[in-house]
Design a protein around this ligand. Sequence first.
Ligand SMILES: [Zn+2]
Ligand SMILES: [Zn+2]
Length: 171
Amino acid sequence: MEFNVSQLLKEGIGSRRSYSLSERVEAMTETGTTQVLGSMVITRTNNGVWVTGKFEANAVGSCVRCLVITDYTVSFELDAEYAPRMDINSGTLLDENEINPDIFSLTSDHILDLSEPIRQCVIIEKPMKLLCDPECSGLCSNCGANLNQATCECSEGIDPRWSELRKFIPQ
Ligand SMILES: [Zn+2]
Ligand SMILES: [Zn+2]
């Protein structure tokens, strides 16, 4: 997800390039994202470039009910600004103090790396209640068994202290 924007930086403010993206990437930290699809526009601004686009990405997280690792997909719009590290005309490295920490930085080779803003968007878009399945039965609050895979002795809502008495209940 790297784009060389050196040509764009040499052009006037408002110049733009469109890209479509369909990339497999090494699993991102925290989100486990390995695939990103989308389209975007990179626009030259007065102090750098501005990226806007719509993307879709996969991610992995654990189901809030049964804790099993679950794949999910998120869609999001990205809006990110990048400032140069290197002055495109003079070829001099910018002073660290001049680099705004609130926006992303291009590399000194004028490469725009989209992976960090995309990773941040995927984290924000993670469902509050991620489920492996809308019908997930979750874990037994008493013995911890995964009720999607097995039924446990306590799954009938009977206090385990009374379980001995269950053998007297006609089946
Ligand atoms: Zn689940
Ligand atoms: Zn149980």
